[in-house]
Design a protein around this ligand. Structure first.
Ligand SMILES: [Zn+2]
Length: 215
């Protein structure tokens, strides 16, 4: 289990990024079973929570009440947001599809509609497939090249392309007004750290669970 420095300093929340074994261990059973989850459809829709625990057709949840949000991933990015000022958290699932559809911008927009400025938000990017392992097609690199002008979102080794999903997410967050200093990346690659579930490495249905609770 790993935790982000930038979130640990706040008393009003609790969060965990679990590896695949911890995700199925009894220790976290209770909190996992009571958590709010989104369907995770690789879209860009974010919803505010109400009394339901399951939210169809969206990839992120935002909550102002005492409850726990859960994201399941196996290479995609789990991203947490916290507004200390308005005691609000969000938990988002973002892969290349969600990022290409602007899910980071959509998340910031919902905060903004609630009167929470992007500059006041903390954002944490959890374990995901790093650019060390995420080989992709030239077409996918070109697709993002049209969305972001920055050239640091991929690496080229010989004739192969490696996409940096975190760099894309961080770029989009900063364009939406989040301060670079308020974005933390846990810098754990799910593909070459064997304790994490990785779809790219094993093609399995195992997942890493990430949890954030408002206390
Ligand atoms: Zn890696």
């Amino acid at each position: 289990m790993i935790q982000a420095k930038s979130l640990l300093k706040f008393r009003g929340i609790k969060h965990f990024f679990l590896n695949s074994e911890e995700s199925v261990s009894e220790e976290f059973d209770e909190v996992i079973n009571s958590a709010f989850i989104s369907e995770q459809v690789h879209g860009s829709r974010i919803q505010k929570t109400d009394s339901r625990t399951f939210y169809k057709d969206c990839d992120g949840l935002l909550c102002e009440n005492k409850s726990t949000l859960l994201v399941k991933t196996a290479d995609c990015l789990p991203v947490f947001f916290y507004s200390a000022h308005k005691k609000t958290v969000a938990a988002v699932h973002a892969g290349w599809r969600g990022l290409s559809k602007g899910i980071m911008t959509e998340t910031i927009e919902i905060f903004r509609q609630m009167g929470i400025e992007a500059a006041s938000l903390i954002a944490v990017i959890g374990p995901h497939i790093g650019s060390c392992c995420y080989q992709v097609s030239a077409d996918l690199v070109n697709k993002f090249g049209k969305i972001i002008a920055d050239t640091d979102f991929y690496q080229k080794k010989d004739s192969d392309y490696y996409l940096d999903l975190s760099a894309i997410a961080r770029y989009q967050l900063q364009m939406a007004g989040v301060k670079a200093a308020n974005i933390e990346d846990m810098q754990v690659c799910t593909c070459h750290n064997l304790e994490y579930a990785s779809y790219r490495r094993t093609n399995s249905r195992e997942r890493n669970i990430s949890l954030i609770s408002l206390l």
